[in-house]
Design a protein around this ligand. Sequence first.
Ligand code: 2PG
Ligand code: MG
Length: 418
Amino acid sequence: MSSPSKIIDAHARIVFDSRGNETIEIEIMTAKGLGVAAAPAGKSRGMKEVVPYPFGGVRESIKIFEKDIRRRLIGLDASEQESIDLMLKEIDGTDRFEKIGGNLAYVISLATALAASASLGKPLYEFLNPSASTIPLPLGNVLGGGKHAGKGAPDIQEILTVPLNPRTPFDAIMANVLVHKELGKILQKKLPNFPLGKGDEGAYAPNICIRNALESVVEAADRVSEMTSIKLGVGIDVAASSLWDEKIGCYIYENEGKQMTRDEHINYILSLIREFNLIYVEDPVEEHDFEGFKEILKAVPDVLVCADDLVVTNAKLIKKAGEIEAANAVIIKPNQVGTLTDTWNACKVAQGLGMITVASHRSGETPEGHLAHIAVGFGCKLIKSGVVGGERVAKVNELLRIGEKLGSKLRMATLGGG
Ligand code: 2PG
Ligand code: MG
């Protein structure tokens, strides 16, 4: 009898992401299951990420799929993830998926895993890791700016909250939703002319300075802590590469009307961390400055100093960051590296070095919940996937379904102890 997870057909199509941009979707069919996955898209992308599409864009990736990949997938066993991912690397032949596109590699890898798990009658998280049982804490972007919003919004990209002691996945998600609602009321009062506009990830994007923005989020988080007895932490994604001007060697804060040298910038970020009791800071300095990360972590060792553009889900770069103590947390965005096998390796290296792994959405998303399975399967203690908006809620709602499946095995992640 042939394997239930043997691939019998595969299709590629163009669909639209949450920003209305074209993206690639792949369908993998086996004798007993179907896997469908579409690629997200970053706007503040790291320079060291894999290349999302070859020259010619989504259409070129589709042509390559039809010509060089589709037939080679048929007949393979979808449950053999590593060999399929290896085949994709061999077909591409470059280090950064320049020929076929990292997004094509990622959706083939993910759709294959989904088809395999469906064929075997298992949810994806369980197919990825049969002993997985921990639900990550949701880290939610509630107020933002930078490249994810228009002119006038804060220069730093995201202000986020995270429930620290929720009893259930439902309580955890609800806490962030309540912060978003309270924040809307606070902003409306502070800025009567603000029409409650939002950026790409559903976070409010008001015309407000950074300190006032942080003050507002801290107030909203405090209100929700009081209402629910759930302790909330506040954090930021500076996305500092977006502020860095290589030519003049300064950070430019356009909305604040400030220009800072590297050292001034580091001191500024440290002052925000201290003044607002931040528990999380992502990409505090630009993507080549391992030493700057190190200085910040040394100054605030109890804060999660999280590397995104610095390490781009790349196991080698994560190893470097962990070993020199440049970061104690790391963003895991599967399409930054291209395959699930490489994503898993990145998580293992990070966790082996005691770093907290943060499974993350992209600012352009598709309305699928697969990231929740990846986060649970790969042992991520945090999931950064937004608070409101269909494509954001899809991920946290999936955590609720996974939680039900886990039943009495379910554990909520905690941030203490690495
Ligand atoms: C980030 C992400 C997601 P983008 O910087 O962490 O919030 O942004 O997907 O635009 O790279
Ligand atoms: Mg980031």
